[in-house]
Design a protein around this ligand. Structure first.
Ligand code: PEP
Length: 257
């Protein structure tokens, strides 16, 4: 058994009505055909409105369900928010927290991301904690510093005993939706840095178990080289996961040999 089996997450963002969502899962399954039995751990993260329909659609298939966000309180007067217990009830196993689009458009801070990650773990949801630097921060030589700060805040409330349920996703902001993925050298350098941070935080055993995903313009053309990097344990895929042919190719390449 691999210590960190490959994990591929499809972030559908704000796309797909219920009927379109069902159709996308059916198409993906059709395109994969017999290869469905060989896919890596695969999480589909549709919008909240389609979670229930996708949960039905994936029954009997090896996909897992994920959400794109949650609120840290379990219930109460928080209009418009969705809690961990609600997501668990829908069958979610994973939840993305701190995506750069939420940080940018909804003013999410590292402290908020930390509260969301802790809330997810309280309800047996694996948080996929997104971190990443802007292009200006990279140009200014700030990348590692920025990522360390993001990790420190986001993981502050999480103990070593919970580390095995945490997933970190390195998503350079400049690579998301831009068609300009990080080079393998850039990904390698950052993923090593993230691993070093996790080992320092939680120790050798627990820190080694945490998968570190790469996200940002992942395509069938670059996924193989990215996954060959020792500390790249999978991918968070945006645009390409909405195309069943492209996503199926990514899953085939990501399959454990
Ligand atoms: C994302 O939004 O998480 C993402 C990685 O998007 P894309 O693959 O489109 O760059």
């Amino acid at each position: 058994m691999l210590q960190r089996p490959p994990l591929i997450v499809g972030n559908w963002k704000m796309h797909k009505t219920i009927s379109e969502a069902k159709e996308l899962v059916q198409q993906l399954t059709r395109v994969l055909g017999d290869d469905l039995a060989r896919i890596p751990i695969t999480v589909l993260a549709p919008p909240f409105t389609a979670l229930s329909a996708v949960a039905q659609e994936i029954k009997g298939h090896p996909y897992l369900l994920g959400a794109q966000n949650l609120y840290w309180e379990d219930q109460g007067a928080f209009t418009g928010e969705v809690s961990g217990p609600m997501l668990r009830d829908l069958g979610c196993r994973y939840v993305i927290v701190g995506h750069s689009e939420r940080r940018r458009y909804f003013a999410e801070t590292d402290v908020m991301v930390g509260k969301k990650a802790a809330a997810a773990l309280r309800h047996e949801l694996r948080p996929i904690v997104c971190i990443g630097e802007t292009w200006d921060q990279r140009l200014g030589g700030q990348t590692k510093h920025v990522l360390s700060l993001q990790l420190t805040e986001a993981l502050a409330g999480i103990g070593k005993d919970q580390a095995q349920d945490v997933v970190v996703a390195y998503e350079p902001v400049w690579a998301i939706g831009s068609g300009r993925a990080a080079t393998c050298e850039q990904a390698d350098e950052v993923h090593r840095h993230v691993r070093t941070h996790l080992l320092a935080l939680w120790g050798q055993d627990a820190g080694t178990l945490v998968p570190i995903l790469y996200g940002g313009s992942v395509m069938p053309e670059n996924i193989g080289a990215l996954l060959a990097i020792p500390d790249v344990d999978g991918a968070l895929v945006g645009g390409a996961c909405l195309d069943p042919v492209l996503f199926a190719k990514i899953l085939r390449i990501g399959a454990v040999p």
